[in-house]
Ligand binder design. Structure first.
Ligand SMILES: [Zn+2]
Length: 291
């Protein structure tokens, strides 16, 4: 069974909301684009689950980027998602990484940058210190500081029948402040009992029933999550004309063509001399419609 889905739910009587995200294909697409070390695959999975959980809180059309940067063996790990739950991601690393390396072992001295970019309106960027044992704890700190909302997050990655899985849950008090601390703690304890196998394989209905069968839970329509890279030949062409023409000519003289490689999906876009001339001619004529 393949499921790439984000579910939102609500404990109506307790003023707590929840999210459940279960990913396999979307996760597999991201980790299969390079020969990532196992620990980094896991970290990308956690970042992917985090980003997807956050996309559900977007109150606008636009995108969200979660980017880990540091001075450790992993210099960058980034996931982009949007309000339609279209996601992509990539990481850069150097050298060997132990199988059980923690986020701190991998990132060294680092931080998490969260960027919210509405299609219309101002872009917001938050920088979060890597305080906590793992990404879930780091994000809980982010919610506590930025939104002052009590939030608990569970993130798991693993394998079922040879298929890589990444999944997570979130519970958060409603901003209206009517929920009680005792109720929240009770839901934390219940959610804490979730097993990887359940999280990876059960349908939302069944999973929520197993965890919270004493509670009244309203489950909203599921939203599909999909790997999608926004790159295209047009965009690559537009990038080439921003490079100095003399530099482009040097590359053409040496290699016969100029190529741009998309790190997110692995596609390479190549342009020969005639195509490059056409790109520059169009850019210079002020006609920005590239084809
Ligand atoms: Zn791409």
């Amino acid at each position: 069974m393949s499921n790439n889905v984000l579910n939102r739910y609500l404990f109506e009587d307790l003023s707590v909301r929840g999210e459940l995200v279960q990913l396999d294909e979307a996760y597999q697409r991201i980790i299969s684009s390079k020969e990532y070390p196992a620990a980094l695959q896991k970290l990308l999975g956690e970042l992917l689950v985090s980003t997807t959980l956050l996309t559900a809180t977007l109150k606008f059309e636009g995108s969200i980027t979660m980017q880990l940067q540091g001075d450790g063996p992993v210099s960058l790990a980034v996931i982009n998602g949007d309000h339609d739950q279209k996601i992509r991601g990539v990481a850069r690393w150097e050298g060997d990484i132990a199988e059980d390396a923690s986020i701190h072992d991998m990132m060294g001295k680092g931080y998490l940058v969260i960027t919210l970019e509405p299609k219309k309106g101002e872009r917001y960027q938050g920088i979060v210190a890597l305080e906590g044992d793992n990404l879930a704890q780091i994000l809980e700190g982010y919610f506590a500081n930025s939104e002052q909302l009590k939030t608990r997050i569970w993130i798991r990655t693993g394998e079922i029948e040879g298929q890589a899985k990444a999944a997570g849950m979130l519970i958060q008090v409603m901003p209206d402040g009517t929920g009680s601390a005792e109720d929240f703690e009770h839901l934390e304890q219940l959610t804490d009992t979730v097993k990887n196998e359940e999280l990876f394989t059960l349908e939302a209905n069944e999973l929520l029933y197993r965890l919270y069968n004493q509670e009244k839970v309203r489950l909203f329509d599921p939203q599909p999550v999909e790997f999608h890279c926004g790159c295209s030949r047009e965009r690559s062409g537009a990038a080439i004309v921003t490079i100095d023409r003399a530099e482009v000519n040097d590359i053409l003289a040496e290699l016969g063509s100029i190529s741009l490689h998309c790190d997110y999906c692995g596609t390479t876009y190549s342009y020969d001399e005639a195509e490059v001339s056409e790109l520059f001619a169009e850019a210079n004529s002020g006609n920005k419609t590239l084809h």
